[in-house]
Design a protein around this ligand. Structure first.
Ligand SMILES: Cc1cc2nc3c(=O)[nH]c(=O)nc-3n(C[C@H](O)[C@H](O)[C@H](O)COP(=O)(O)OP(=O)(O)OC[C@H]3O[C@@H](n4cnc5c(N)ncnc54)[C@H](O)[C@@H]3O)c2cc1C
Ligand code: FES
Length: 285
């Protein structure tokens, strides 16, 4: 008798997490850490697109959405960078090498890498917002010749909140990317720019008429950046943002992240700005 072999993804229940073992824990700042994980079964591969997220389950505590911050060219290792703000993220911060997390995903929309080919790229990050943007930076740099000018504008509260410091230096040094970092408050060792990241948009070297912008950070920062980009001439249909709302299912079933006709988990988190600007400042139902 013949049996039909079903692909594993087709039979997997999307609500059942896959166990992943933590391979390394890296402390990025006082409240932010990066986990690198591999599947417990040694075979699962989570091919993902830059901008997508996973639902991470800390057993016995809860499940939350966290963007993937690793390199899409290396899906054998799953990388997430998280800021500890509440119950689940603080429990996650206590995990060690060898501990197990549940993973569902990858879910959601991606940064518009194909649409941006041939254009200048302006990446604007605020605080932890650099983590969801890191995969698109890896992707763009892996095919650097297919893009015009590439600019990263990054703002944090203080110098000690800057994420991925070594990579920022590397990217800015030899990869054909202009990197500008600003902080709200400097200290005695800080000789760089002071002020909000929006100020960097005004003077960054890119051609606004031929640029695609990707922005991630607190909502108010994304709104001001979109406004500033528009003032420089970047159309709102070439500006993309990544939205955050409380999520439960992550796959468009429960309605938790719904705003009007839009589900942030399945229609987002990455949206074209002109399509969702009315959602800013409004919480989910
Ligand atoms: C699609 C998506 C991708 C995300 N990607 C990331 C990521 O890559 N890295 C990351 O660190 N977070 C990310 N988040 C946010 C993350 O999901 C929340 O921080 C997390 O759900 C908080 O859970 P908690 O149980 O620790 O805190 P809760 O107990 O839910 O909240 C504790 C307190 O922190 C506040 N709070 C909750 N979320 C945030 C927040 N994002 N910023 C500031 N204060 C907050 C709450 O209002 C509350 O006061 C993402 C969210 C979404 C929707
Ligand atoms: S989280 Fe359930 S519909 Fe989006």
């Amino acid at each position: 008798m013949k049996t039909l072999a079903m692909p594993e993804a087709a039979v997997r229940d999307p609500m059942v997490p896959t166990p992943y073992v933590i391979e390394s824990v890296r402390r990025e700042t006082h409240d932010t850490f990066t986990l690198e994980m591999v599947p417990e079964d040694g075979t699962t591969r989570l091919n993902f697109k830059p901008g997508q997220f996973n639902m991470l389950y800390v057993f016995g505590v809860g499940e939350i959405p966290i963007s993937i911050s690793g390199d899409p060219a290396h899906p054998e290792t799953l990388t997430h960078t998280t800021r500890a703000v509440g119950a689940v993220t603080k429990a996650m911060q206590r995990l060690k090498k060898g501990d197990v997390l549940g993973v569902r995903g990858p879910y959601g929309t991606q940064w518009p890498v194909e649409e941006a080919m041939g254009h200048d790229i302006v990446i604007v990050a605020g605080g932890i917002g650099l983590a969801p943007l890191r995969p698109i930076i890896y992707r763009v740099l892996s095919e650097r010749e297919r893009f015009g000018q590439v600019v990263l504008l990054y703002g944090t509260r203080s110098p000690s909140d800057i994420l991925f410091k070594k990579e920022l230096q590397r990217w800015g040094g030899s990869f054909g990317m202009d990197v500008f970092v600003t902080v709200d408050r400097g200290d005695q060792n800080w000789h760089g720019s002071i002020g909000v990241v929006t100020n960097l948009v005004r003077r960054a070297p890119f051609d606004p008429l031929n640029a695609t912008a990707m922005v991630c950070g607190p909502e108010i920062m994304m709104r001001y950046c979109a406004h500033e980009l528009a003032k420089r001439g970047v159309d709102q249909d070439r500006t993309y943002v990544s939205m955050e709302r409380n999520m439960k299912c992550g796959i468009g079933l429960c309605g938790h992240c719904q705003y009007g006709p839009v589900f942030i988990c399945k229609d987002g988190p990455v949206f074209r700005y002109d399509r969702i600007r009315g959602m800013f400042g409004k919480r989910e139902i």
